[in-house]
Design a protein around this ligand. Sequence first.
Ligand code: NAD
Length: 435
Amino acid sequence: MQVKDSHTAAATHALPSYLDPSHVGPWGIYLQQVDRVTPYLGSLARWVETLKRPKRILVVDVPIEMDDGTIAHFEGYRVQHNLSRGPGKGGVRFHQDVTLSEVMALSAWMSIKNAAVNVPYGGAKGGIRVDPKKLSTAELERLTRRYTSEIGLLIGPTKDIPAPDVNTNGQVMAWMMDTYSMNTGATATGVVTGKPIDLGGSLGRVEATGRGVFTVGVEAAKLTGLNLQGARVAVQGFGNVGGTAGKLFAEAGAKVVAVQDHTGTIFNNNGFDVPALLEHVGNTGGVGGFADSEVMDNADFWAVDCDILIPAALEGQITKDNAGQIKAKLVIEGANGPTTPEADDILTDKGVLVLPDVIANAGGVTVSYFEWVQDFSSFFWTEDEINARLVRIMQEAFAGVWAVAQEHKVSLRTATFIVACKRILHAREMRGLYP
Ligand code: NAD
């Protein structure tokens, strides 16, 4: 009978087309990561299917009038992967290569990350398939406002709270906050995080992800006997995350010897003057053309002689083709999903310790959580308080993941997934299924 058929196991587990398990790309990588931890979930494994399906996917058309009077259409997304532990939380990316698969994977990694550092959020992510560098400021504002209105169905201070990601910043968050507030009739600072300080932003938020990368790097260096004094560091992506992490490692006595971004790869065997390099990036938009450096081929970046490698640009950068060349002892994933599963295995076999994105770059969302709490209470903390709380949360989360990795003799990535998936599925089990 019809009703009975819909209750067969086959029907229950039939996947929508966009969740095809043979799917390659970021979502396929995420699914493999979940499969790897399932044997460690005990009785909670009966809920694991919930992690393999985003709760909600919204695809929106974002039409805007360009400065020359033409109408352009862009494709936007907001995905809420899992809301078992709290409202959705995750950034918004503006990039010409954004796809639904990518946003789905990024939203899922947010679920894992938020659970790994134990902030009370589910996972979400958004994006627009656009090269924002080709838009004027006025076009970018119109794009942001229309996108915010389109995803207004899903977002809200207690529902889903966006934040900056690649090519979005405090100004974009200010436009999003204003648009949401105008649409709902009340100023709602808590609808986004990563806002400018004068609009309910938090001190320390801009540097938070890089500071978290640095904090887990210091902890891992202590545990593995790596001396940071004079340690050689290579950084891919010298934006918000890579630039801050590079600065903090240099301040701790390490030498940043190679940096790659979208403008090229530069090298200085003695270590860059990082503040001067950051100023150059601020003035010119990239590391290319920095005076005190040798230019390298982009492909040679991965083979640079270094102790610490920080991928902090885009996903899928460390692959089976370049992982074998990596000389670093420690890879700290500032970016989301920078290492493919094949590359992960190659690095593990070589004895390289990988600090995975889902813990290493969780500093940003941790201070976003502080920002959201401060917005709700309208009481703001000092930067020292914020940094001290951030470091404590990152250290505790990292210690917990390290212990699970030792206990099960698994990688830190699998250990982080074990900790996070257990928290999410335990919440799911306690809440039960509605209705
Ligand atoms: P950003 O826009 O500030 O910087 C991105 C950097 O990547 C730039 O230096 C850019 O030149 C470089 N880049 C872009 N394309 C490149 C390419 N093809 N090859 C080499 N370099 C390239 O972005 P961000 O906020 O620093 O984010 C970087 C990564 O960190 C992303 O994966 C993002 O998802 C992740 N992340 C960011 C935050 C945050 O709080 N900003 C938090 C967690 C994770």
